[in-house]
Design a binder for this molecule. Structure first.
Ligand code: HEM
Ligand SMILES: [Ca+2]
Length: 235
């Protein structure tokens, strides 16, 4: 059967690229909120939350900056390893795990986000420059300036969420990190696995799935705030 030019122009699948059938994209997002293709600098909306997280303050920061600002204990715009450690403890990691993971985040992100040209042995992460920490093999939900792209967030679920519409099973999360891998990018691929493994660990639900809401909250940092609050209550 011949495909008309009109059909070609708007198609989201290509007959000779089976992967486009296996990982479909959304074409109905505008029914839920305006301009899903427009990168949001300060809010992280999805189909269920068209305005993002109302009780979470952007405080003038980009969505990626908000993701990291949770760890900035004294709000001076710089995240030192001991601050990452404290934040990780607050969201429920044990002492050893928080120490290892906390140090690892600063080891990875301090150099790319540095001010000036020299590395700093105290491993600060400068929130102002955190967009420079972006790595390949990610979900594409943050753009290169640290904004949030609703369409790419939603497509994670249309592509990989085969069991439920609003959460990913562990296998599906794994498939997503595999599917996001770009070539010649071992480090980005490892980081992607570690980041999502951590999110899964701290936020999986009773059925062993990662909810869309937890993942959305990961992007604007509200997930960390929620977990810290819940943790404080149980102390
Ligand atoms: C000081 C602490 C942290 C820093 C500096 C940091 C930095 C970043 C940066 C720069 C990105 C953008 C990566 C990209 O889009 O290529 C990012 C994304 C991400 N981070 Fe963090 N992060 C921190 C803490 C955490 C923690 C504690 C977790 C998990 C619990 C986490 C999980 C993620 C995930 C899952 C992504 C999204 C990757 C994707 O789009 O596929 N981050 N982070
Ligand atoms: Ca600080």
């Amino acid at each position: 059967m011949a495909i008309s030019d009109d059909e070609v122009a708007m198609a989201t699948v290509a007959p000779l690229a089976p992967v486009t059938f296996q990982r479909p994209v959304r074409s109905d997002l505008e029914e839920f909120f305006p301009k899903p293709y427009m990168a949001r600098a300060m809010a992280a909306p999805d189909t269920e939350h068209p305005d993002g997280t109302p009780d979470h303050k952007a405080a003038g920061m980009s969505v990626l900056q908000q993701h990291v600002a949770f760890f900035d204990q004294n709000d001076d715009g710089i995240v030192y390893p001991w601050e990452t450690y404290t934040g990780l403890r607050d969201i429920g990691l044990n002492v050893i795990f928080a120490a290892i993971v906390g140090l690892a985040f600063n080891v990875v992100f301090s150099y790319p986000t540095r001010k000036g040209s020299l590395p700093n042995l105290l491993l600060p992460v400068y929130i102002e420059n955190v967009h420079k920490g972006k790595h390949p093999s990610d979900s594409g939900t943050y753009d290169t300036e640290g904004r949030y792209l609703p369409v790419n967030f939603e497509n994670m679920f249309s592509k990989y969420g085969k069991t439920f519409p609003d959460k990913l099973t562990l296998k599906e999360l794994w498939n997503m990190t595999e599917g996001n891998q770009t070539s010649f990018d071992l480090l980005g691929w490892i980081l992607e696995k570690v980041e999502w493994a951590l999110v899964y660990l701290i936020a999986k639900d009773d059925e062993g799935c990662l909810s869309k809401e937890a993942m959305r909250g990961l992007f604007d940092g509200s997930l960390f705030e929620k977990l810290a609050k819940a943790n404080k209550k149980t102390d």
